[in-house]
Write a protein that binds this ligand. Structure first.
Ligand SMILES: Cc1cc2nc3c(=O)[nH]c(=O)nc-3n(C[C@H](O)[C@H](O)[C@H](O)COP(=O)(O)OP(=O)(O)OC[C@H]3O[C@@H](n4cnc5c(N)ncnc54)[C@H](O)[C@@H]3O)c2cc1C
Length: 584
């Protein structure tokens, strides 16, 4: 019997996957799903189906134009989840997921933060490569770094070749229209003067604590357009990889299980048109189902498939297949407030995007109040674990995790805030400030059995008040920086918050709490940790209790890192692809 010819490339036709079988079915064509699917499909003897709820918008300028940041928000390209406290969290609903709508800023965090993940795993998995060295090598594998050219160097960009890859799919470099005016350099000088933070030539080698010009995920060979996950991993091989089908505009509605199997064995997935209309279809997975829907939709999909906290599933009307209360817990999201001053008419000297970022540690952020903040952590970490227990596995489990987090902050100088110097937002001289390492924990839970109802997202922002201390300290330091030389020489006065904040702690706290936004860096909801700590996957990334379901996306990060997330996640996804390949 001749082999049936299977469809490949990017399709909107459900019939191309319905009733078909594939070796691997990858759910969600965002950062991690696209990376894993592409690497698996390098083996021409296996077949790969990648399913994406959003459309293929690669030709849409809101996607490819790196200067169009935020134009996709609250459109069909954005999940725009509502969260507690009336906030909204953005996430890409399009081929490429959040890499198609994100800011493109490329930073990696601190080596010790990755190393700490091994402490959360079983002892037997301590050498499985879930540490800085292991993930750093995979970050490099994903990357082609183009060192700054002479004009970019003249504007301040520097790099260290040892930190970067030269032959990976994701293009990393500086924009041609990089700002060359006085503002970025003045911010750098001012924050170094005020805090003693070190000026790092290239912050992407695991040092993480410092202030630096930082590169972006964009391609100079392609007019400085965005180097999204599909532009990197799919577009170049789209017509060659006849063993790889990407089905867009279709949402996976549940994972199908083999009746009575234990551990649970996935037979494939059910899917439907992403507008929620029409029939349910089925595709079969010969080997594995790989979940990559991001930290909000992945736990929701697993709950819809009958795996999760029995109380949540019962309330939602979903039959319980496996009671695992940790699914969707341990959510960690960050908070942002921006401060700004009007300029004195100086020339920006380019178009950006902004690329000057500071990552202060607790001493640099709090200055003379640092010891008090350290004592606050030491004296309260046990009670915080108690107060967050319902969003974790138990108070005891959270205590173990919080002790590791506290050690990173207190003893390893892990950066506690990001201060992103933003030319033109919210005023000429802008600083976006965010708390990087919250102790507050939240959760994601489906509210009914309709896969097209978005899950309930509860972040519990600032439920540990130290998180608010950090957010306030960053905004205060931002104000001080804006009013100190040499940056203040470029200013004609503070614009935000201005007279709304009189400088008292109370006025800062209320301004921050009223005005903050979610950063859109959710992680942790299916964490890479021991089950007793509230983890959902082990070092092989297999969902506990299952035979052939892996999770490869931002859900698995057990704790926040002091960086934007994409660099780390490309590393995680590259590593995931290798371990899946090696296991068959
Ligand atoms: C507004 C914004 C700005 C950001 N800025 C930066 C930045 O400057 N630098 C940086 O490094 N990081 C940034 N990030 C973070 C980074 O982009 C994300 O952390 C990363 O993309 C997450 O990867 P992921 O694979 O977990 O999820 P995603 O990339 O979000 O992909 C998940 C995909 O799954 C799809 N999906 C979900 N459910 C289903 C389903 N049931 N069936 C089929 N498909 C489904 C989604 O539509 C989506 O395409 C930003 C993120 C956002 C939202």
């Amino acid at each position: 019997k001749p082999l049936q010819k299977r469809a490949s490339g990017v399709s909107t036709n459900s019939g191309d996957a319905d009733g078909q079988s594939f070796d691997y079915i990858v759910v969600g064509a965002g950062l991690t799903g696209t990376t894993v699917a592409a690497r698996l499909a390098e083996d021409s003897s296996v077949s790969v189906l990648l399913v994406e709820a959003g459309g293929d918008n690669r030709q849409d300028s809101r996607i490819y134009d790196i200067y169009a940041y935020s134009q996709a928000f609250n459109t069909e390209l954005d999940w725009a989840w509502e969260t507690d406290q009336g906030k909204q969290m953005h996430g890409g609903k399009t081929l490429g997921g959040s890499t198609s709508i994100n800011g493109g800023h490329y930073t990696r965090g601190m080596a010790e933060q990755f190393d700490s993940w091994t402490k959360l795993l079983e002892d037997s998995d301590a050498n499985a490569g879930w540490d800085w060295n292991g993930i750093f090598s995979y970050m490099k594998k994903s990357e082609t770094f183009s060192a700054p050219n002479d004009q970019q160097k003249a504007k301040g960009a520097q790099s260290n070749a040892d930190y970067h890859g030269t032959s990976g799919p994701v293009q990393i470099t500086y924009p041609d229209l990089m700002y060359g005016g006085p503002q970025q350099g003045a911010f750098l000088e001012t924050i170094v003067d005020l805090t003693g933070i070190s000026h790092e030539a290239d912050i992407n080698g695991g040092q993480g604590n410092g202030v630096s010009y930082t590169p972006l995920t964009l391609s100079w060979q392609d007019d400085d357009h965005r180097s999204s996950a599909p532009q990197a991993y799919l577009t170049p091989v789209e017509s060659d990889r006849t063993n790889w089908l990407t089905l867009v505009e279709h949402q996976v509605t549940k994972i199908n299980w083999k009746e009575g199997s234990s551990p649970l064995t996935a037979t494939g997935v059910e899917f439907a048109s992403a507008d929620g209309s029409g029939n349910r279809f089925t595709a079969t997975a010969n080997r594995e189902v790989i979940v990559a829907c991001g930290a909000i939709q992945s736990p929701a999909l697993i709950q819809l498939s009958g795996v999760g906290d029995a109380d949540i599933l019962n309330d939602a009307g979903v039959d319980v297949v496996l009671d695992m209360k940790q699914i969707g817990r341990n959510l960690q999201e960050q908070t942002m407030n921006s401060v700004g001053a009007n300029g004195n008419g100086y020339d920006y000297g380019g178009r950006g995007p902004s690329d000057m970022i500071a990552y202060p540690n607790i001493h640099e952020l709090f200055g003379e109040d640092a010891e008090a903040s350290i004592s606050k952590i030491q004296n309260n970490v046990a009670s915080w674990a108690e107060s967050q227990a319902s969003a974790g596995q138990s108070a005891e489990a959270l205590r173990t995790i919080f002790d590791i987090q506290a050690d990173l902050i207190i003893n390893q100088n892990a950066p506690v805030a990001e201060m992103f110097f933003d030319s033109g937002f919210p005023a000429d001289l802008g600083i976006d400030n965010w708390q990087l390492l919250p102790f507050s924990r939240g959760n994601v839970a489906i509210s009914n059995n309709d896969p097209f109802t978005k899950p309930t997202v509860t972040v519990n922002y600032f439920s540990v008040d130290w998180d608010l201390d950090v957010q306030v300290a960053a905004c205060k330091l931002g104000r001080t920086i804006l009013s100190s030389p040499p940056l203040s020489d470029l200013s004609s006065g503070e614009a935000v918050p201005g007279s709304e904040v009189d400088g008292s702690d109370a006025s800062w706290r209320s301004w921050v709490q009223n005005g903050f936004s979610a950063v859109a860096h959710p992680i942790g909801t299916l964490a890479l940790m021991r089950a007793e700590l509230g983890g959902s996957v082990g070092a092989d990334l297999k969902l506990y209790g299952t035979e052939n379901v892996r999770v490869v996306d931002a859900s698995v990060l057990p704790m926040q890192i002091s960086a934007h997330l994409s660099a780390a996640l490309y590393g995680v996804a590259e590593k995931a692809a290798d371990l899946i390949k090696a296991s068959h």
